[in-house]
Design a protein around this ligand. Structure first.
Ligand code: MYA
Length: 661
């Protein structure tokens, strides 16, 4: 029941009672007269909803821990992804494809780019680094001289002062040449001191950033703990105010910290006791701190032995009664979770850009081989099976690169609402890079499997990116639940409006009309006409159709499960994949439109990439949403649950071998 209102039909309630059985209400009769049976069904479902508990969605951690905190308000968003969940196509942050660099910024970028690229070609040896599990001092020193340690730190604080787009182009070099070096520099500036850059006060910035930007000191980001991985809010490291009030006393252990054994400055997240001014109750809330290695009680463990990115240093970091001066609190008392999330949101585009560099490199390796290698009398690039692989690889790159520069461009234009897009791009780029590298090895055959080809190292290095900066699984849940919150808020508002249908007939008929069209499968009228290049209109209609399908499926889930939807991970995964596919379609439409409109030499090729990608992605959307809506899939999900439970109970597969032992 909607709070503060009398139940419909109860004594004193002036509104029309719900229609019961075959008795039709006024609106229902009107709908029937219009011959709109689908709308009538939906009208009934929507009106039936307010009788249920108020629809509210719960965030991922509440899902995991069953905490009793609810989201009731969701802000209006300009995010493309947030809006597709509501059946809306909001193109502000999507079209036109950003072109944000001035001529001056482009020449400055070239000036820093070229020597850096040459340095990686001539000085750094990724194979040596990998075998010896270290980045040698000649590389580290060279990178300092190239001003690679403070790419985004303002020039007045000793940094290179790059914009996000310039930074993205620079870190592509790291992905192309050596991801392990990329992680050293990324853990330093993409996350290690990013909190100081984003949230530090003037004193903190002046004290720490110049040395960090010059490479005189190195930074690390300390969030993960032995018992706290994806559930970042569950950290157990504590910080208590000392009796003198001048320090926080830090205790706890962090693990798998990139640069953990070599950093001089750590951004550390710890639980602090925060008093609610209104209620006087004390809650454990996370705060962020700048901690120096030099503070007594900070120790690092031994370097971890890793599958990939071996040259980067990864250790545990322990804090034993560390006295952190109160002025080293970062971003305000109790605001640490916000600091952590924003650092991660802001860092993800860097990872995406680095991976875009890797994908481009790997494609080059595959093409070089496929264009030379002859089998059965022909070059293998002439065979359809190889052609499809190469075309897929090129599409993956096109999408990932477009995502990287769309986000960096938006960030440069001060768009605030990009965290869903950043999460999707990180998932996409890390999976695309894995897929492309795997296919590269397949094309190279035996050669690709040998260390000498250099692809196996790339594959090992890449694997971590589906885990680091938020696992792709938790990011999928994050995208789906955040999107569902937006859709849920819209539906809730609609429910309110429909409490009084006769005074809201315009809204009523628009909404019912939209839903009826979606159910019947005819376009709802959302369109990218006038936004995309005319040659891409047919392709654009695939996007709008997919948005209709998504919003219909989302509404179906919300009406079917209410708040329980947060437990439906089989569905959530498919909803997230759909949002990713639709976003990727929008991104390439934007990029290809830009190229066609500006007559770029590659425009026709890009049109092909865009059309082919959108075709495949829209097919996946249909497939995934069918699996969300069709009841025939429930049996499959139930089977998955049962099989998994039985395998877990048995400690492995359940059946014995065919020969019985
Ligand atoms: S560091 C470790 C990485 N760890 C993670 O990423 C942890 C993943 N977990 C999470 O992100 C959170 O726990 C999730 C939700 C998302 C699951 N943006 O109750 P809540 C707000 C903005 O939903 P939870 C590493 O890998 C939310 O609205 N706000 O929270 C090293 C709410 O606000 P309010 C967000 O369920 C990297 C509040 O927070 C976001 O507990 C090394 C609570 O929300 C968000 N995303 O968590 C780097 N999420 O209360 C190397 C939630 O106001 C890089 N909120 O409503 C290498 C790079 C190479 C590149 C080279 C570069 C040079």
């Amino acid at each position: 029941m909607i709070q503060g209102r009398l139940p419909r039909g109860s004594p004193g309630d002036k509104r029309l009672p719900f229609s019961q059985g075959s008795t039709l209400g006024v609106t229902e009769m009107r709908l029937l007269a219009l011959g709109n049976r689908a709308a009538l069904d939906l009208w009934r479902r929507l009106l039936a909803e307010p009788r249920k508990p108020k629809l509210r969605l719960i965030s991922p951690s509440h899902f995991m821990t069953h905490k009793k905190t609810y989201f009731s308000k969701v802000k209006e968003s300009t995010s493309f992804v947030a809006n597709i969940f509501k059946g809306k196509v909001v193109v502000n942050n999507m079209f036109p494809f950003p072109s944000v660099l001035s001529e001056e910024q482009t020449s400055f970028l070239k000036m820093v780019y070229e020597p850096c690229n040459r340095f990686f070609e001539e000085v750094n040896d990724p194979t040596w680094n990998d075998s010896n599990e270290e980045v040698p001092s000649k590389t580290l020193t060279g990178l300092k001289e190239l001003r690679m340690y403070g790419l985004q730190v303002p020039k007045k604080l000793g940094g290179t002062g790059l914009t996000n787009t310039q930074y993205a182009r620079m870190v592509e070099i790291l992905g192309w040449h050596d991801l392990a070096v990329g992680v050293v520099l990324g853990a330093h500036q993409s996350s290690g001191f990013k909190g100081i850059l984003l949230f530090g006060d003037e004193h903190q910035k002046k004290k720490y950033l110049p040395d960090l930007a010059s490479g005189k000191s190195l930074a690390a980001f300390c969030l993960t703990e032995p018992m706290s991985g994806s559930d970042a809010a569950s950290i157990q490291t504590t910080a208590e105010v000392s009796q003198c009030g001048k320090f926080y006393i830090l205790n706890g252990q962090k693990m798998w910290i990139s640069n953990g054994g070599v950093a001089d400055v750590f951004t550390v997240f710890a639980k602090t006791q925060v008093k609610d001014v209104a209620t006087g109750e004390v809650h454990g809330k996370i705060s962020a701190f700048i901690v120096e290695k030099a503070f007594e009680g900070v120790t690092s463990g031994l370097p971890e032995k890793k599958m990939g990115i071996r040259a980067s240093n990864t250790t545990s970091v322990s804090f034993k009664d560390v006295k952190v001066p109160v002025e080293n609190l970062l971003g305000g008392f109790g605001n640490g979770f916000k600091v952590a999330m924003n650092v991660l949101n802001n860092g993800r585009f860097g990872t995406v850009s680095a991976l875009v560099g890797t994908i481009r490199r790997v494609i080059k390796k595959a093409v070089n081989h496929a264009a030379k290698r002859k089998q059965f009398g022909n070059k293998i690039c002439e065979y359809g099976i190889i052609q499809e692989k190469l075309a897929h690889m090129a599409m993956y790159h096109y999408v990932a690169e477009s995502m990287a520069y769309l986000i960096s461009g938006n960030m440069d234009m001060k768009v605030q609402d990009f965290h869903l897009e950043a999460a999707i791009s990180k998932i996409f780029a890390s999976e695309a890079a894995w897929e492309v590298t795997d296919e590269c090895i397949q094309i190279l055959g035996g050669v690709g499997y040998m260390k000498q080809a250099g692809v196996e190292r790339i594959m090992r290095d890449l694997r971590i990116f589906r885990i680091i900066e938020g696992t792709n699984d938790i990011l999928r849940i994050f995208v789906a639940l955040a999107g569902l919150q937006h859709a849920g808020a819209q539906l809730q508002e609609l429910q309110h409006t429909l409490e009084d249908p006769l005074n809201n007939t315009a809204v009523l008929f628009t909404e019912l009309g939209l839903r009826a069209k979606r159910i019947i499968g005819i376009p709802t009228g959302i369109s990218l006409d006038g936004v995309v290049n005319g040659h891409l209109l047919d392709t654009a209609s695939l996007v709008t159709k997919c948005v209709d399908l998504l919003s219909e499926a989302v509404e179906h889930l919300l009406l079917k499960f209410g708040t329980e939807v947060i437990h439906q991970q089989f569905h959530l995964k498919r909803v997230a994949d759909t949002a990713m596919d639709i976003y990727s379609m929008g991104v390439v439409l934007s990029r290809a439109t830009y190229s066609l409109n500006h007559n770029l030499p590659s425009a026709i090729h890009e049109k092909l990439l865009c059309e082919s990608w959108c075709y495949k992605a829209s097919e996946r959307v249909r497939w995934n949403l069918k699996a969300v809506k069709a009841s025939s899939w429930n049996r499959y999900y139930q089977n998955m649950k049962t099989i998994s439970n039985e395998v877990v109970r048995n400690g492995g597969v359940v059946y014995s071998r065919p020969m019985g032992f």
